[in-house]
Design a protein around this ligand. Structure first.
Ligand code: PXL
Length: 276
């Protein structure tokens, strides 16, 4: 069984980060190891959330693991609470053994930084991305990583130029999510192995639910870590998020999608590609 390490926060309410990554990585047949970066009473879109930074634990956890000689198929980072924490993650990459490093540079959406993040944080996140095999920013995050002014008016060639900028900086497999083209929504990626772009879209549903970026990155990581190609992993991840949104009847988008109901669909999709 492949061991995946995911490093992100625990938001106790409002399904995102570890509360979605853990079940999804596990259902995709991975042994999931976690490093919680912080504990929040709820994610940062809620008013008056509490935040306990766990940065000081990270090095201690890794110190213990190095003695046990664990080997990970991949390390996947999501929400990291501070620049100091990004630097700590950079340092533990030197200590752990793994095949792939996947960074979802969680910091912004819809043209705006999440609470607590800014352009200086984005520069540090870019440094972390330079160490990754795969990065998974959304359109807003891609702009901020590349120090561009956000625009919601773009075409697919504009997205491909951003991918080429990431590639020019040495990132083998940059992927941009949440790309809107006409009435479609999907991903555009540059695949290092084939030196080609890959695009995949579904119909755009007029409902945006919090936490779907984390669901997407978790499905992608769970599949890619199991030896499935980037292209197939992306296709299954896009289809899954689309189905999760269709299957979610909850009216408050801040509580996250009802992804649990859609897990049997995910397993079926994956079994048609590979027995996990
Ligand atoms: O879903 C991304 C995310 C993860 N973790 C925390 C967040 C957010 C987005 O708002 O606040 C704590």
């Amino acid at each position: 069984m492949k061991k995946v390490l995911t490093i992100q926060d625990i938001s106790c309410i409002g399904k995102c980060s570890l509360t979605v990554a853990l079940p999804i990585l596990s259902v995709l047949g991975n042994e999931t190891a976690i490093i919680p970066t912080a504990v929040l009473s709820a994610h940062t879109a809620f008013k008056d959330f509490t935040f306990k930074d766990l940065s000081d634990e990270i090095l201690k956890i890794v110190e213990h693991w190095t003695k046990e000689n664990f080997v990970f198929s991949s390390i996947y980072t999501g929400y990291l609470g501070s620049i100091r924490q990004i630097k700590i993650i950079e340092s533990i990459l030197e200590k752990l053994k793994f095949d792939y490093f996947i960074v979802d540079p969680v910091m912004a959406d819809n043209g705006k930084f999440y609470k607590g993040f800014n352009a200086i944080y984005a520069n540090s996140m870019m440094d972390l991305c330079l160490k990754a095999d795969v990065i998974i920013p959304n359109v807003t995050e891609a702009h901020f990583l590349l120090k561009k002014t956000y625009t919601e008016y773009y075409d697919v060639n504009y997205i491909k130029e951003m991918l080429l900028e990431f590639k020019g900086m040495g990132i083998k497999n940059p992927i941009i999510t949440g790309v809107k083209v006409n009435d479609k929504l999907g991903v555009v990626a540059y695949i290092g192995k084939t030196n080609q772009f890959f695009e995949y879209y579904k119909d755009h549903v007029e409902k945006s639910i919090h936490g779907t970026g984390d669901i997407f990155a978790s499905v992608f990581t769970g599949l890619y870590s199991n030896g499935i190609s980037i292209e197939t992993s992306l296709k299954i991840a896009v289809d899954f998020v689309y189905e999760c949104i269709l299957n979610s009847q909850n009216s408050d988008i801040w509580y996250g999608s009802e992804f649990e109901k859609t897990l049997p669909y995910l397993i079926k999709q994956v079994n048609s590609v590979k027995k996990l």
